[in-house]
Design a protein around this ligand. Structure first.
Ligand SMILES: NC(=O)c1ccc[n+]([C@@H]2O[C@H](COP(=O)([O-])OP(=O)(O)OC[C@H]3O[C@@H](n4cnc5c(N)ncnc54)[C@H](O)[C@@H]3O)[C@@H](O)[C@H]2O)c1
Length: 326
């Protein structure tokens, strides 16, 4: 019997790709999502799609089947500007309902809970290697509530395995595309506007290709309990400066792209080390930022992604501005 995986936020940028991969690997999947950015999930007899709010305790509980093995929690207001639009709403989705979600998982006897935190929980660090045991100094409420949920999960009394992933910024193509994350923003600008403005440029930004992100979730699902239970894993393939990312974009999109450099007072630099997941789980990152840029370029050429500056669905904040969520 194939394992059953329940994913909140299964229709999101990462979720929709993860669902596809799990189906391809033979898993039975349930996606539970508000569909804020639409539904790009495939039709498949092994996939059940629930449209619902994770704050709706009754609906969530009714949707989570007793024979669920793995619960992956991706759903949230997933970047700083969207969170800041309505902090009360952001807190209710990203934090307040979290203990109830754990209670429901406990009641349904799931085997393993995987929480998508964020590498932004570290804040700015001078050390060259920002490893999982570093103190956390989240600089925004979005990051602060990620760190708070990590704590709640680690201290929760239950029999299921608990795993925390701290992803870098994800880049590359998805059927539910985001064009509000760094590599994707620069590639969109370069391809269509032929100009990228880089503010400062020396600031480091950790990134991870979508395919590696998905492979990491798969790895965590499949690993033995003793190797992952109560573990935290950073997940980032490369830390490059914004300037270096812009140069990579130019190299792939074309010589006619103009990089304009401007000064900024915001020189916050972020970086992480992902050696733990490489060594402890023998995980090999296979894709680069260049691969993500190439994938996006192909999607633009093939018109899989169109109207990429005006269509609101590519930008979380634009959709959330119009959403009538309370
Ligand atoms: N994409 C990144 O660069 C990145 C980096 C670090 C961490 N993460 C984390 O990974 C997870 C997935 O990120 P993503 O980029 O796919 O985000 P996304 O915004 O594309 O997807 C989030 C999904 O959650 C759903 N959602 C929001 N509120 C909900 C609610 N109340 N009830 C049910 N569903 C709700 C949305 O409809 C959306 O489909 C998030 O937890 C995010 O914080 C992402």
């Amino acid at each position: 019997m194939s394992k059953r995986v329940f994913i909140t936020g299964g229709a999101g940028y990462v979720g929709t790709m993860l669902v596809r991969k799990l189906l391809a690997e033979g898993y039975t999947v349930d996606s539970f999502d508000l569909m804020l950015f639409g539904n790009t999930l495939p039709k498949n007899s092994k996939l059940k799609i629930y449209e619902g709010d994770i704050r709706d305790e009754k609906k969530l509980e009714a949707s989570l089947k007793e024979n669920t093995d793995i619960f992956i929690h991706l759903a949230c207001i997933s970047n700083d500007p969207s969170f800041e639009l309505n902090p009360k709403l952001g807190k209710s989705i990203n934090y307040d309902c979290f203990p109830t979600i754990l209670d429901i998982c406990k009641k349904k006897n799931i085997e393993r809970f995987i929480y998508a935190s964020s590498s932004s929980v570290y804040g700015v660090k001078d050390k060259p290697e920002v490893t999982e045991d570093e103190d956390l100094f989240p600089l925004t409420d979005y990051s602060k509530f990620k760190a708070d949920c990590e704590n709640i999960l680690l201290n929760y009394n239950c029999n299921f395995d608990k795993i925390i992933i701290r992803p870098a910024t994800v880049c590359g193509f998805s059927y539910r595309q985001r064009l509000d994350v760094i590599v994707n923003i620069l590639t969109n600008l370069a391809f269509f506007k032929k100009e990228i403005t880089v503010l400062g440029g020396k600031q480091l930004r950790p990134n991870i290709h979508m395919d590696d992100m998905i492979e990491i979730y798969l790895k965590i699902i499949e690993e033995k309990r003793e190797r992952v239970n109560n573990q935290i894993f950073n997940a980032g393939c490369e830390n490059f400066s914004v300037e270096a990312i812009a140069e990579k974009v130019k190299l792939i999109i074309g010589d006619d792209v103009n990089i304009v450099k401007k000064s900024t007072n915001d020189n916050r630099s972020y970086h992480i080390s992902s050696k733990k997941i490489e060594k402890h789980l023998n995980f090999k990152f296979k894709k680069s930022i260049e691969d993500a840029i190439k994938d996006l370029k192909d999607a633009f050429i093939e018109k899989k992604l169109v109207d990429t500056f005006n269509d609101k669905k590519y930008f979380n904040i634009k959709i959330l501005k119009d959403a009538k969520l309370v």
